[in-house]
Ligand binder design. Structure first.
Ligand SMILES: NC(=O)c1ccc[n+]([C@@H]2O[C@H](COP(=O)([O-])OP(=O)(O)OC[C@H]3O[C@@H](n4cnc5c(N)ncnc54)[C@H](O)[C@@H]3O)[C@@H](O)[C@H]2O)c1
Length: 328
């Protein structure tokens, strides 16, 4: 049993609380938020089953709590995470990990020094569809990846402390990082607009990795909510649409290159291959539950999380480089 406290009960915190509460190996000890209205909301759900606190330092001083989940705004992550590590707690922290690469590296080193686990909630890599795509890539079923095309669009919530790219593209970058075994782009171009906001509300990001290219659209000003990824492999192509009931479509389609003996030396022809469309069975699992459960297992088995600070630092580096390339 892991005794855990949650800091931040705003928009996302209640989902984290629910999935901790539903996991029999966690004890949700305390919910902390400095906004009284949020604590009142938590009390209506958890009544006397948990403790409530407005000052996170009081939660951190409680020695019976061994882990904390941090679900405050990104700009508040670093300070609370550092205080939590110094108080000897393992930490589950929302994405994006920190506001800068330097902060992330400092927290990583501190956790290593203190023998504590940091799990960054790169929730999408715990999604059963992403797990399925990963197994298709690892078994060779998809072939070599040619390109990955991602759209993560909706109307609002416009955040002041991060851009739409830092808030949304980080999900797609974590998927690409996971599927490619930690590849980092060697070329980045980005265009964006700071509409209604001091940070970009709309970003189109293009990336070149060894072997494939990727495009990521992130928007808080789209009339439609879209969560769609197309991945084309040399053997099959898949479409992951998180807004649909049938979330994964596997197309046995592609392009065959035919070298014909009758054609002159080094010449070839290209033929489109149209095959079956398969909608595979995907277990109905909650990605957030899986992410929190992975954190729990990392603590109990004393091993690094898959979504470790190392992965987070690779993603933050890409976001930082994309910021530097913005509109250039
Ligand atoms: N994994 C996902 O899919 C996902 C989805 C949404 C948000 N998030 C992440 O979750 C985090 C929170 O986002 P949100 O939209 O819930 O933000 P929010 O502003 O709605 O909520 C943050 C809450 O934290 C509280 N808080 C802030 N600083 C505090 C402090 N020092 N002590 C106590 N309470 C404090 C605020 O009062 C607020 O209630 C962000 O990092 C965001 O990127 C992740």
């Amino acid at each position: 049993m892991v005794n855990i406290g949650l800091i931040g009960f705003g928009y996302w915190g209640p989902n984290v609380a629910k999935n901790i509460f539903n996991n029999g190996k966690y004890n949700l000890d305390t919910i902390c938020d400095y906004d009284e209205t949020r604590i009142e909301k938590a009390k209506r759900v958890y009544i006397e089953q948990v403790k409530y606190e407005s000052d996170y330092r009081v939660l951190l001083a409680d020695e019976s709590i061994t882990a904390v989940a941090i679900a405050v705004e990104t700009s508040g992550h670093y300070k609370i995470a550092k205080d939590a590590l110094l108080a000897g707690k393992h930490i589950y922290i929302e994405k994006p990990f920190t506001s800068t690469v330097e902060e992330a590296e400092e927290l990583k080193d501190l956790a290593l020094e203190l023998g504590l686990i940091i799990h960054v909630d790169h929730i999408m890599i715990f999604h059963p569809v992403v797990q399925k795509i990963k197994s298709m890539i690892d078994s060779g079923e998809l072939g070599d990846i040619l390109y990955i095309d991602c759209k993560r669009l909706n109307l609002g919530q416009i955040k002041k402390d991060v851009s739409a790219m830092w808030d949304l593209a980080v999900h797609d970058l974590s998927i690409i990082d996971y599927l490619s075994g930690g590849k980092e782009p060697f070329y980045i171009s980005a265009i964006g607009e700071k509409i209604y906001n001091p940070k970009e509300t709309l970003v189109f990001l293009s990336l070149k990795y060894e072997g494939f290219i990727a495009h990521i659209q992130s928007s808080w000003i789209s009339p439609l909510k879209e969560r769609k990824i197309v991945i084309a492999g040399t053997k099959k192509m898949v479409v992951f649409d998180d807004m649909k009931a049938d979330k994964l479509m596997i197309y046995d389609k592609g392009v065959n290159v035919i070298y014909d003996e009758n054609i002159e030396y080094s010449d070839y022809s290209v033929k489109i291959r149209n095959g079956d469309l398969i909608i595979p069975y995907i277990p109905a699992e909650d990605a957030l539950y899986n992410s929190l459960n992975h954190f729990l297992e990392s603590i109990l088995e004393n091993r690094q999380s898959v979504s470790s600070p190392d992965q987070a630092i690779r993603l933050l580096n890409t976001l930082y480089r994309a910021d530097n390339r913005m509109n250039k």
